[in-house]
Design a protein around this ligand. Structure first.
Ligand SMILES: [Zn+2]
Length: 468
């Protein structure tokens, strides 16, 4: 019986020998890894690895897959108090729910919301999340501390919007100075990777867009923004500027290879060309398209064009395995049905973009996303001894279509065992849940949220009978 004590690396280096090891080109049997000081010290065949480390006793992991932790390339950690409040809502939910709700979070509430979101992410197999920046004024420290305490890797956005700046050049300077100090404060942090964000292009001046994208490019960090998600925003941009949002970024000189664009679902052929030529990356958020979008990104086309992209939850549902399934399913329904593409990525496309190609989109290709010597030991142990995986014919595709969160036995980030069978071993998750339930009720009640759609049962009462 596998127990957490056996695989807890706090006792020193670990030699793990899983039945299957997931490498960038697919699953391999008879392999082993050595985890030491937060990293993979060695990855090789079992024979070669045991010979290279004669002092280590291999931990046999029969019927287990050791695979890279999944990357959520777009989320909002301080929206976890909202959840089903957004269901059924028409587009631009941020205006009516998220901005009002995040605006009332104090530092403690931002901490609690983030820690809950980080716990959900880890349970869903994500070892890295890319946060697009909290709208809670007091929240950034809380977000930072909560991700560290939960032990998840985080690309952490700091919002640099200046559309509401009434202080001219001095106001712009203050934002840019704060951005530069934020980037340098986390320069060597093992888990927190600083990033700058502008919520949507219209939330900033062209000068701010340009300077923020230059700062991130110079420092090798990510510039995050949401573009071309909703028709209403595209049309507002056309009316105000004569340009679509992605074209605004290009015109401002902010579309460079440090950019990570969330959604990009409504792209013209010209915008696709600008995107490809810029080297910018995209976060494909299939569940966001299902729940609130106007369109579905053609991720297969993006892959063919060589545009880097990862999968993102956009704070919808922090389940990485269901996210891969959703990525394939929405691609098929939106694009594959129309052109008869019965393959739609053949499983591997979604697995790759949820792991090593997602890490590339997040700007972390040299840090995580692959099981490789020298990279951070961010990985999952999956139990394959379940009926759904017997018989197994195609492990990569089975992970996309059959795998379930309850198969994730262990989650490691930076070599530390963060979850065992879905729960942390070194802090009290249930106490956090009780605290969140109280604080979330308080904050949602006092936030000026405007919901357009009624809850499900109220909706049934109104619409349960067909109209006569
Ligand atoms: Zn978002």
């Amino acid at each position: 019986m596998l127990t957490p004590e056996v695989i807890d690396p706090r006792g020193g280096p670990l030699l793990l020998a899983p039945e299957w090891l997931m490498l960038p080109d697919g699953p391999r049997p008879d392999m082993a890894v050595v985890v030491q000081d937060g990293r993979f010290a060695h990855v090789g065949t079992l024979t070669e690895t045991t010979a290279a480390y004669p002092g280590l006793t291999p931990v046999a992991l029969p019927q287990r897959l050791l695979m890279p932790g999944l990357i959520d390339t777009h989320t909002h950690l301080t929206q976890s108090f909202g959840k089903a409040l957004a269901f059924g809502e028409p587009s631009e939910i941020f205006r009516r729910i998220w901005v009002p709700m995040e605006g009332v979070l104090d530092a403690d509430a931002a901490y609690l919301s983030t820690k809950l979101a980080a716990l959900e992410a880890l349970r869903g197999g994500f070892t890295t999340v890319v946060d697009a920046g909290t709208r809670s004024e007091a929240g950034l420290d809380g977000v930072t501390n909560a991700t560290r305490d939960a032990g998840i890797r985080c690309v952490l956005g700091m919002i640099c919007n200046d559309a509401a700046n009434t202080d001219g050049e001095a106001g712009v300077r203050r934002i840019l100075d704060a951005a530069a100090s934020f980037l340098s404060a986390f320069e060597h942090d093992p888990l927190v990777h600083p990033s700058l964000a502008i919520s949507i292009p219209e939330a900033a001046s062209d000068r701010m867009l340009h300077d923020v994208a230059r700062l991130t490019q110079e420092s090798g960090r990510r510039f995050q923004t949401h573009v071309n998600e909703h028709l209403v925003a595209v049309e507002r941009s056309l009316v105000a500027r004569g340009l679509r949002p992605l074209e605004v970024l290009h015109a401002a000189g902010a579309l460079n290879d440090s950019a990570l664009l969330a959604h990009a679902t409504l792209l013209t052929a010209r915008e696709l060309g600008l995107l490809r030529d810029s080297g910018a990356a995209v976060a494909y958020n299939p569940v966001a398209s299902q729940w609130k979008g106007n369109a579905v990104l053609d991720a297969g086309l993006l892959h063919m064009l060589g545009v880097p992209f990862g999968l993102g939850t956009d704070g919808t549902r922090a389940d990485g395995l269901r996210l891969m399934d959703a990525a394939e399913a929405t691609q098929r329904i939106a694009h594959g049905l129309a052109n008869g593409d019965s393959s739609c990525g053949a499983g591997w496309l979604w697995l790759d973009h949820a792991t090593h190609l997602g890490a590339r989109a997040a700007g972390l290709a040299q840090i995580t996303g692959r099981i490789e010597a020298g990279l951070a030991a961010d990985f999952l142990l999956l139990d394959l001894d379940v009926p759904e995986f017997v018989p197994s014919w195609d492990l990569s595709w089975e992970l996309v279509r059959f795998a379930n969160r309850d198969q994730i036995e262990a989650v490691f980030v930076q070599g530390a065992l963060r979850l065992w069978k879905g729960w942390p071993l070194d802090w009290d998750a249930r106490a956090l849940m009780r605290e969140v339930a109280t604080v979330a009720r308080r904050d949602v009640a006092r936030a000026p949220i405007q919901r357009v759609h009624p809850p499900s049962d109220a909706h049934r009462a109104q619409h349960g009978q067909p109209a006569r």
